[in-house]
Design a protein around this ligand. Structure first.
Ligand code: NAD
Length: 417
């Protein structure tokens, strides 16, 4: 089949591939490829100029065989229903491979948030959560932040949900500000998880992280935190970084503290003093030992995979590599820690947050980070062992573990009615 950039089609291709390798029951595979519920909502808001604008939003609950659905909310102009379906599917596999008692879900709103005022953004966030308020709940479907949504927005959303439902159940959303029931360590969790997954993979492949050249595409929440920890704690040398405004490259190394400072002061690294300015496409092909794509989908395709010049790819973003590119990377001997494993630190700590909300008892950050480390180490090693057993790549290994767990859940429950 020709290469497609439709993320839902690509996710289903991956499911079919692994189902075939495992001789999985075709009837179960039909369920694994079908999102359980797709909700479409229209979201009118009063703009500051007195006009009304109507946005479109989605919530997809992909599968709940193993527990309530779980997954973030993306605000982006490029959101489509198929992207949300794919992201909800990936959440299903991510929670399963992580051993969490969750199914998968995801939400999205088609909007370029940079074009809204703070007040308008707040109205849109509140209207979206109101529109899906009957569909979510602590034991039903638990959203969280994703691209362009953040703890502050979770605060507005929690307030709206609690007012509308007449409840104080703050466990309905994770990724909240700390004083609203958020977990210590949640903001850094995904990037920290990327760093732990990278460490286990590097050890297994005999790659010394100390001095290893690192390139990070997408210097946002996940990318910047993964970069900082991999430089400060593992001794990597960051030689390239990018965001939506372009890329900066210097084989002698960039200053990680300056890059981080710029994200705090300017919200972009484009004003970094030094390095060579190149495009995001050029950056991804530069020579390095570790490459972390941490922006959006489809950045490594059959077109550029043969030019990728790294040893280890750790997928901070969801869906950065197409199935066709996977094949090329595997033939080149490049290890890829797949998204559903590499960026699972976020949902793991979201799970800790949910547990703390239900218990009304809060953990110190050290406990959060230690338990995250333990899970990431165990899960990454299990995936590597599975991939070795079947002589295949880590993506297949991760899907094998995840799909088997979800399929088992479906079989044990049976089909209603
Ligand atoms: P973010 O909005 O904080 O950061 C995204 C970064 O990517 C920004 O620096 C942005 O400028 C950059 N970017 C956007 N378009 C780009 C392009 N075309 N080329 C290069 N850079 C571009 O978002 P985030 O939360 O860090 O999420 C990044 C990825 O990680 C997404 O795929 C998201 O689904 C995934 N993810 C995030 C979390 C989380 O906890 N935040 C958890 C799991 C997975």
């Amino acid at each position: 089949m020709a290469e497609t950039l439709n993320p839902f089609e690509n996710m289903k291709k991956q499911v079919d591939k692994v189902a075939g390798m495992m001789n999985m029951d075709e009837n179960i595979v039909k369920i694994l490829k079908s999102p359980m519920k797709s909700i479409l909502v229209s979201l009118p808001i009063n703009k500051d100029d007195g006009s009304i604008e109507v946005f479109e939003g989605f919530r997809v609950q992909y599968n709940d065989a193993l527990g309530p659905c779980k997954g973030g909310i993306r605000f982006h102009q490029g959101v489509t229903i198929d992207e949300v379906r794919a992201l909800a599917g990936w959440m299903t596999w991510k929670c399963a491979v992580s051993g969490l008692p969750y199914g998968g879900g995801k939400g999205g709103v088609i909007v370029d948030p940079s074009k809204l005022s703070e007040k308008e953004l707040e109205k849109l966030a509140r209207r979206y959560i109101y529109a899906i308020s009957e569909e979510i709940g602590v034991e039903k479907d638990i959203p969280a932040p994703d691209v362009n949504t953040n703890p502050k927005m979770m605060g507005w959303m929690i307030d709206t949900y609690c007012r509308v439902k007449g409840t104080a159940s703050i466990g309905v959303l994770t990724g909240k500000p700390i004083n609203l029931g958020g977990s210590a360590g949640r903001v850094e969790a995904t990037g920290r998880g990327v760093r732990f997954a990278a460490e286990v993979a590097a050890k297994n492949m005999g790659l010394d992280m100390n001095g290893a050249r690192l390139i990070v595409q997408g210097f946002g929440n996940v990318g910047s935190i993964a970069a900082r920890l991999m430089v400060k704690e593992c001794g990597c040398k960051i030689v390239g970084a990018s965001d939506v405004n372009g890329a900066i490259y210097d084989n002698n190394g960039l200053d990680i503290d300056k890059l981080i400072k710029l994200t705090e002061t300017d919200g972009t690294i484009k004003n970094y003093d030094g390095g060579e300015r190149i495009s995001n496409e050029e950056l991804i092909e530069k020579e390095c030992e570790i490459l972390v794509p941490a922006a959006l989908e489809n950045v490594i395709t059959s077109k550029n995979a043969k030019n990728i010049n790294t040893k280890l790819i750790v997928e901070g973003a969801n869906g950065p590599t197409t199935p066709e590119a996977d094949k090329i990377l595997f033939e080149k001997g490049i290890w890829v820690v797949p998204d559903i494993l590499a960026n699972s630190g976020g949902v793991i700590v979201s799970y800790f947050e949910w547990v703390q909300n239900i218990d009304h008892y809060y953990w110190p950050e050290e406990r959060v980070n230690n338990e995250l480390k333990e899970k990431m180490f165990q899960n990454t090693q299990a995936v590597i062992d599975m991939a070795k057993k079947y002589n295949t790549d880590m993506r297949d290994g991760a899907y094998m573990i995840a799909m088997e767990r979800v399929a088992d859940g479906i079989k044990i429950r049976g089909i209603f009615p």
